[in-house]
Design a protein around this ligand. Sequence first.
Ligand code: TXA
Ligand code: MG
Length: 309
Amino acid sequence: MDTTLTRSTSVAADVIRRGGLVAFPTETVYGLGADVFNADAVARIFEAKMRPADNPLIAHVGDLDQIGRLAETITPSAQKLIDAFFPAPLTIVLPKSDEVPPIATAGLETIGVRMPRHELAREFLKACGTPIVAPSANLSGRPSPTTWQAVEEDLNGRIDCILQGAATEIGLESTVVDCTGDHPVLLRAGAISLEELREIVPETSVYVSAGDEAVRSPGLKHRHYSPRAKVYLKDFPTSGRRAYIGLHEPEGNFAVVKVCRDAAEYAHELFAFFRECDRVGIEAICCETVEESGIGRALMDRLRRASEK
Ligand code: TXA
Ligand code: MG
């Protein structure tokens, strides 16, 4: 299959209407989109990414009215978060409507819904005129793509089209909050921080795994965000081809060094850095840890997952 590169949202939306797969930029990472109501197209997302079939997809909307077709009800806590944040790097999990094919939610009775705030993403979603399910546009297990070139690296020849935009602003995936119960539960940390969520709904809690993560968020149990190189958060090795990323100048010699001015820049750079390290044959990536507040919580979550393998 030839993968078309385009900057035109109408060309990309045509591909969606014909049942194709389009990678597109958002403010978090690039997504790999298909029409949520076209079960065959949705099935091809899992094939193209080699994604485990038990990992549900997030549905993206270009306007708030579309949420009504995806969700059976909008719970009061969900409504508060939607009013306060959408469009945002925030995914809200709600009871799913019958119209959504089971494959989109990996058989779950719930669906994650997000309205991106990225200009080109919104123009694309509006042109599609239907909600678009989209996981991150990487091969399963690889770091999420923050540039269209990273999408091409993983999925060229496996998808129909890449909508080319700039590098993504945030660089980590959206915050995921389960709003199906009485109080919101944070499932995945992201740029909308726990502190910000609690300003709107103070009862928001953080999901703690009971050993059976499949129940709440299947994606959490899969290996994620991993470069081929081994990732270290402490006890850095002293030999081998090493790279360093962090907020302070490192001590010692590293083949590749990235010093970021704050946690936001660190988040923005992390996945592209992982990919660069793989390209130049780094064996050990040494990552400075950061304080777990604001975007730092999301950053530490991704760093831990990348180091656990
Ligand atoms: O920023 C993002 O969220 C990007 C862009 C493209 O929007 N998308 C993304 O999708 O990161 P993905 O598929 O790579 O990650 C989705 C996460 C997974 O951990 C998945 O398990 C969880 O959201 N998720 C999706 N639907 C869910 C549901 N119904 N219940 C619980 N967790 C859900
Ligand atoms: Mg992903």
